[in-house]
Every structure is written in structure tokens, then in C-alpha cells.
Design a protein around this ligand. Structure first.
Ligand code: NSP
Length: 228
């Protein structure tokens, strides 16, 4: 059977994605013992990350060559803004954070770097760059969610259970699978050097994902100069 582009990508990123499962913040969600202040910081930063991530889907829709691809990007955009971001709004309400405050969150250095990278690639390339920029985001969260859902008590945890449930849900699995199908359809038949460029975007965004988990664990924002 012919290898799909996503199979080759998965082989490359698997060690890095497996390391997410060892990350203290991710493990803490699965074990239900993440510090609440760290989780609040993560949730706020993730909300504004998702606004920029949604823009990448919009760019993909605008650059699509046919109606089927355009519709898929539009559905991914709607799924993110209405389904995934509802989780963040629900957590914010529990923490007493208004939607206005959530939306006005100042982006950290990691969020700024990550979203600037994705938007730059999507704006300066074709539709293939748009989907390559968001693939690791959707797919790796589903990879993590499905794994954590097998950990004892993870989906029932009173605070973090909803996170695990959403990212392992059928709806979110469909979002991840739609991204995988899009990249396979778009990468198919492209010359090796172009496939390599897409693979590089997916590897870089996978590194950014790791940096995001670090940002959450360390509650980091911007580095502070010791002398100022
Ligand atoms: C940083 C990040 N990456 C990916 C996802 C999943 N859309 C997310 N919510 N946040």
C-alpha cells in the first residue's frame, strides 16, 4: 500500500509528540493535579492563540482552489471558533474571567512567535502552507486527548475532565481527521522538495507546541531583563 504524506510526517514527529505525554503540564492534566493558576494562564494564552489560528483557516479558505477544500476550511474555522473556543469560555466563566478579559489577554512571547510563524507561512505560500501550519495543532491535541482519556479518572476529573473529553471527542477527532485528509489531498503528487518544505512547517510547529507546554508549566510571559 502506498504511504500517505501524513504517515511519513507522523514517523518524523512521533518521538516529539510522545515527549508531550511526558511533559509535566500535559501529565498534570491527565493526572488531574495541574496547578490552577498555571491552567488559567494556559487557558487565557490558548484563547488568543486560537483567534490567530482561526485566521489561518480563513486564509486557507481564501486560497483554496475548489469549493470542497474551501468548505472544509470554513468548517474547521467554525469548529474552532464555536466548539473548541467554547471550552475556553466555559473555563473562563468558572474562573470568574469575562469574555472581554479573555479576549484582551496580552500574548506571551511564545504565542507571539508561534502565531507569527503560522500566519507568515500561510500568507506567503499557497493553500498547502495554510494546512501545514495548523496540522500539528489539531492532530497533536487529538493525539494527546485520546491518550489521556485512557488514564484512570482523567475524563471524570471535576476541573480538567472537560479538557480531556473535548480533545478526545468524536467532534474533535473529526476536526483532526479533516486536517489530515486535507494535507494528504493537497500534498499528493507534489515534488519531493515541496513535500519536504511542508514537512518542515509541521516539524517547526510541533516544536512550538512543546514550547507552548513549557510556557504553561512555567507561567511564562516575556523574559524580564535582570538589570531593568
Ligand atoms: C497551542 C495549541 N495548539 C493546538 C490547539 C488545538 N487546536 C490548541 N488549542 N492550542
Amino acid at each position: 500500500m502506498e504511504q500517505k504524506f501524513s504517515d511519513r510526517v507522523f514517523e518524523r514527529v512521533k518521538p516529539l509528540w510522545n515527549s508531550y505525554l511526558e511533559h509535566p503540564f500535559v501529565k498534570g492534566i491527565g493526572e488531574g493535579n495541574v496547578d490552577e493558576e498555571k491552567f488559567k494562564h494556559y487557558m487565557k494564552q490558548d484563547y488568543i492563540y486560537l483567534i490567530e489560528y482561526s485566521r489561518v483557516f480563513a486564509i486557507g479558505a481564501a486560497k483554496a482552489h475548489n469549493l470542497k477544500t474551501m468548505t472544509m476550511f470554513a468548517n474547521l474555522l467554525s469548529g474552532t471558533m464555536n466548539y473548541e473556543m467554547d471550552l475556553h469560555r466555559e473555563y473562563a466563566a468558572r474562573f470568574g474571567i469575562s469574555n472581554e478579559e479573555l479576549e484582551a489577554t496580552e500574548p506571551s512571547a511564545t504565542v507571539t512567535a508561534y502565531t507569527s510563524y503560522m500566519l507568515n507561512k500561510a500568507q506567503n505560500g499557497g493553500v498547502e502552507n495554510a494546512i501545514a501550519s495548523v496540522l500539528a495543532c489539531a492532530w497533536s491535541y487529538n493525539f494527546i486527548g485520546k491518550e489521556l482519556a485512557t488514564w484512570p479518572g482523567a475524563t471524570e476529573h471535576e476541573l480538567y475532565g472537560n479538557w480531556v473529553k473535548l480533545y478526545s471527542s468524536e467532534e474533535f477527532t473529526k476536526i483532526a481527521e479533516d486536517c489530515i485528509n486535507l494535507i494528504n489531498n493537497i500534498a499528493e503528487g507534489k515534488p519531493e522538495h515541496e513535500q519536504k518544505e511542508l514537512e518542515e512547517i509541521i516539524v517547526k510547529t510541533s516544536y512550538f507546541e512543546y514550547m507552548f507546554w513549557n510556557m504553561a508549566e512555567n507561567k511564562s510571559f516575556w523574559p524580564v531583563e535582570p538589570t531593568v
